[in-house]
Design a protein around this ligand. Sequence first.
Ligand SMILES: [Ca+2]
Length: 377
Amino acid sequence: MPVYCKKLRLLYLWAGLALVACTDPSSVAQTAQEPKPQIAPQQVMRSFGPGQGVRLTREPCVGSYYSDRLSGDFAGYIKLERFIEQMVNEHGFEREYLLGLFSQAKRKDWTLNYFARSDKRSKKPLSPGSWSRYRAKFLGQERIGRAVAFGRRHKTALAQASEEYGVPGEYILGIMAVETSFGKHLGTHRVLDALTTLGFDYARRGAFFRDELRQFLLMARSEKLDPSTPKGSFAGAMGLGQFMPSSFRKWAVDFNRDGHRNLWDPEDTIGSIANYFVQHGWQSGKPVVAPLRIKKPVPLKVGCNTRYSVRSLQQAGLGFAQSLQTKDALCLLRLRYYKTDQYLIGYPNFYTITRYNRSTHYAMAVHELAQVIRQKL
Ligand SMILES: [Ca+2]
């Protein structure tokens, strides 16, 4: 039984609450002999007070972490100490548990160097052949073969997701293909290290990563995970579909109905990606892209940061068939092959794919993979 858990039980007793977080009744008597905890009872009452009933039924944290101060790579990090206080006061975590947990977190210099280099790189316009190179990387036979094998193995769950959410299985497979090639590239970085490093040593996006760290601790508690065990990308994305912790909490689903939302479980991932798509506007049965015949460069911004009405595209000199008469906001896409550029219209479903990753290349690779996978399956 972790030390923090015993202490938590004692706090509940002091607060006069009948409910005991840890369910082993035999250990309640032992805790009465333990030294007085540092947290005053009134703080406990405040943390678990009226209107915050959810705290009474929450799960205890997993892992035997305990320290009365921050040591290790993040010793002396005032912002991390403040963050811990926030998790204690706002989410009812045990202070000593978090101090112990973060005392063994590692600062990842490689990740900081990577982001520093990436920030310095100027955003150059895409060069000829940029799409050809990207496409070759993600539409290889090996990745497609893994998609077909995974699709056959999980065809029932894919059919069920397609039925329930209206998202075709081949697009769900397309996402998993690009993200991790069905588990081949899950990432080897401890999520705790990645998010702590980026949250407290990467000034430009620290607030974003601190919030992801907060969501990660809440996820670990609700899913009964030791927060030091999950591994993922160097930026903290996890599982077959590379969900960030905030995405997990908002959009992951327990698709195999075993009581857990598990980002490493194929069926939960299938349902979670489908749910993510629907929550970001996927329109069942609607198209994703349509090619345009344009011979010379178009004086309009390409990509999905700017979206156009059919009328505004027509006014810019683009001609359309009648079938393109739609009130939807459209993306104008440009794919650069070595010798030519191809222009396309991206419908709202294309925009939805870019909510998973903002890159036009990414969404186009998912779309093209989906076409190939559908044919092969
Ligand atoms: Ca599940």
